[in-house]
Design a protein around this ligand. Sequence first.
Ligand code: PMP
Length: 406
Amino acid sequence: MLDIQKVRTDFPILKREVNGYPLVYLDNAATSQTPQVVIDAIVDYYSNYNANIHRGVHTLSQEATDAYEQARQKIQLHFNAKHAHEIIFTSGTTHGINLVANGFSSLLKKGDEIIVSALEHHSNIVPWQMLCERTGAVLKVIPMNDNGELIMDVYKDLLSNKTKLVFVNHISNALGTINPIQKIIDLAHNKGAAVLIDGAQASPHIKVNLQQLNADFYVASAHKMCGPTGVGILYGKEAWLNKLPPYQGGGEMIAEVTFEKTTYADLPHKFEAGTPNICGGIAFGVAIDYMNNIGFNNIANYENELLKYATEKLLEIEGLKIYGPDVLGAKTSVISFNIEGIHPYDIGSIIDKLGIAVRTGHHCAQPIMDYFKIPGTVRASIAFYNTKEEIDKLVVAVKRAKEMLS
Ligand code: PMP
């Protein structure tokens, strides 16, 4: 059981007011809030041992290197990767996807096929389109149904010996759909295709077990998991990471450099050119510790309770439609909705005046909005530090917005 009032005191930002009202932060799918322990870790780094890593013999450099490499190990253990060197620090999910897409440029040929899903974030569509342009590979799309769920029979038909890569998000940021990634991975592997899972939305809600999933690549962002912005991870199976060429050249990623030939460093450094976000990586490790102390089972149970409560309350509003799966258990804490005849942006603007933060728009998933023939939605996304009282405030504010705009 979560002591929610105690949990809330961990987050200084939750004490602030917005437009004269206590902040109700329901934009967690865009970025989560930061607990004091993570803020303290950032201050501690810059106050006490800020130095460049992997290079210096001096004490500060060694302390920073140790802390950074310990963070990598924490992340490895959390996601249950086999080796710490299979965890590559990136600037976030988008960077990780682009790193893999770039690496596959030299492995694909004209006529090879790549499968993505209709539920993807733009960061999991555009890099593959660019890859297809570079290589002549063909992009295929797993369609979705009216509930925002992938149509698996079509996926099975799309798979063939030409399929080289499959890219699917674990959980949709626009609708909250939990995709059947285990089936998606197993079916792709039967055809010899590699699978990348975009875990940006799953990692804050689910304890991901990479060895069990058997995904070839998995990407996530720290800022959705109570960590800082500008840091994330790409997990890749050792064999795949050894096969892919480096993404960027520079310091840190080399074994030896001469003007005739350069050899690359071993994993993970081969993919970590230049000075990384050292403090961010360390703080990401602290954020993961923080979430594990709360407990992912506790987080999931509590968030599901809030999701159920919010869904029921919002659906009492006449003309309000929620997009995505309606079965609890088939989605996580995203409620994407519209009220008939009202633009989502107008609802978002009015409720912001009442201190409530939600996201409005296409949520970087325009194909989903096109499917439903809507310009966008209002998206309220829940975290474990939200409360039923905050949901009540959301519902009152949305009702008020509806009255003003009808
Ligand atoms: N994929 C999904 C499913 C996301 O929700 C997001 C963030 N909205 C991203 C990718 C991109 O993450 P980032 O901006 O941290 O690179």
